[in-house]
Ligand binder design. Structure first.
Ligand SMILES: [Zn+2]
Length: 61
């Protein structure tokens, strides 16, 4: 029933940390999910994490 996604944009799962190399920004510096341009930055295990302040999408850079 819920298999069809009428939206062309596939929303990324905010519970997963994506690798920027595999999921580069569709628009540079913008969140893929919501288009937000503000991010929180953190470093974990020497990996730079960028988290969207709006929807929480995380990417390792
Ligand atoms: Zn977002």
């Amino acid at each position: 029933m819920n298999d069809s996604n009428e939206n062309n944009e596939t929303l990324l799962d905010t519970s997963i940390v994506y690798d920027y190399k595999d999921f580069p920004d569709k628009r540079s510096g913008r969140c893929d999910n919501c288009g937000e341009a503000n991010f929180k930055s953190s470093v974990k295990d020497y990996v730079f994490l960028r988290e969207c302040t709006k929807c929480g999408l995380k990417k390792s850079i």
